[in-house]
Design a protein around this ligand. Structure first.
Ligand code: ADP
Length: 179
């Protein structure tokens, strides 16, 4: 039986994920400025689209209405040219992404960044555990073709530039391959 033809994207969609505090927003902002791709900060968009439900007292954050968010993003994701920034990745459709970058830090660095952000108690401990057990990396590997999932160290300021350059090289290659 014939399958519906896939509509080709004009530009790729990139997913940047990792534990809160690993440096996703910092990287995505710089990458967006350098590449011209649109930065979609999911936590902010969820607020703007009214996709936040009741408050989770234990984790001190609102619960995301995933279906509503995905419906709202479908059109823009089908067009392509987006950098999606979120601390989880399993609920996005696999077909949305051409490549997935998982940012990583060491635990001391992450601890200091999260304390500076005001995280304490269970929220702080759970996020440190999340990085120790490489939960988001495993989630990405389980949700996407492992060949498109890349781990990037995000500890030192010089790594920020290295990571932007590396992703820009990947982008160049994508445009060459998809002309
Ligand atoms: N490569 C890096 N080197 C040093 N500090 C960084 C780096 N990337 C991010 N940071 C710092 O870490 C903190 C958390 O970064 P942020 O981008 O907000 O993380 P996330 O979006 O993953 O929660 C910020 O203070 C930021 O300046």
């Amino acid at each position: 039986m014939a399958t519906a033809p896939q509509i080709k994207r004009q530009a790729p969609n990139i997913l940047v994920t990792g534990t809160p505090g690993v440096g996703k927003s910092t990287l995505c902002q710089k990458l967006s400025e350098t590449s011209g791709l649109q930065w979609l900060e999911i936590s902010k968009i969820a607020k703007d689209y009214n996709c936040l439900e009741e408050y989770d007292e234990v984790y001190q954050c609102p619960i995301l209405d995933e279906d509503k968010l995905l419906d709202g993003l479908e059109e823009v994701m089908c067009k392509g040219g987006n950098i999606v920034d979120y601390h989880s990745c399993e609920f996005f459709p696999e077909r949305w992404f051409d490549v997935v970058f998982v940012l990583r830090t060491d635990n001391t660095t992450l601890y200091d960044r999260l304390v500076a952000r005001g995280y304490t108690g269970k929220k702080l401990e759970d996020n440190i555990d999340c990085e120790i057990f490489q939960t988001i990396l495993e989630e990405a590997r389980a949700s996407y073709n492992v060949d498109i999932v890349h781990e990037l160290s995000s500890v030192a300021p010089t790594e920020l530039e290295d990571n932007v350059n590396r992703i820009c090289l990947w982008l160049q290659q994508w445009f060459q391959d998809n002309q």
